[in-house]
Design a binder for this molecule. Sequence first.
Ligand code: NYM
Length: 212
Amino acid sequence: LSANNESRGTLVVFEGLDRSGKTSQCGRLVSYLEGLGHSVEIWRFPDRTTSVGQMISAYLTNKSQLDDHTIHLLFSANRWEKRSMMETKMKAGTTLIVDRYSYSGVAFSTAKGLDFEWCKAPETGLIAPDLVVYLDITPEKAAERGGYRGERYEQLEFQRKVAQHYKLLKDSSWKIVDACQPLDDVEKQVKEIVLQHIIACQKGKILSSLWS
Ligand code: NYM
C-alpha cells in the first residue's frame, strides 16, 4: 500500500467482550505513549459521530430495528469511511490505538448466526492491524463488573456466543492479555507489548490489508 514506510505509525487494535476493559486500557496506553513523545491518537469503532455511526448508535440503543445483514454492512461502512484518514495519519507517523475493529464486526454478527465468510468479505481491503490485543475475560466475569448500559448485545447469553466466535478469529499473532487481573497489571502488560510493536513498525514494516 505504501512506497515510503519510514517511521510510519502503528495500527494497534483492541478487541474483547463488552466490559473487558478496552476503553480504559486504550486511554491509559495513549497517555503513556504521549508521555514518551509519540504521535498517537485513540480511535474507536463504531465511530458514532458520522451519519452512518448515528444509524449504528440508534440500532444499538434500540431506537431502530435493522436486518442483521444491514447492520453488519453499516458497521463495515463505518470503518471504510475512516480508511483513508487512517492511512493518511499512519503515513504521517501517527500511531492509532483503536478500540474495536473488523474482528468485532465478524464476532458479533457471526454470533447472531450470519455466515463467517460473508461477514469477512466487506472488511477485505481495510488496513490490517500491526497488532491485535485481545483482553481476555470470561463472559461471567465481565457481566459481574456491571455497567452494561442496556445496549443491544449486552447480555450474558449473547456475550458467551461472541466469546466463542472470537475464538474462531484469533490467530497466533494476537496478543492475549488476561483481563481479569487488576487494571494496573493489565496496563503494564499492554504497555510492554505495544511498545515492542511500535519499535518494530518504525523499522519499516510495510502496511498490509485485511485479511492477510
Ligand atoms: N459491534 C462493534 C459490532 O457488533 N460490530 C462492529 O463492527 C463493532 C465495531 O457494537 N457491543 C458491537 C460491539 C459492542 C457495540 O461497541 C458497541 P462499544 O465499543 O461498546 O461502543
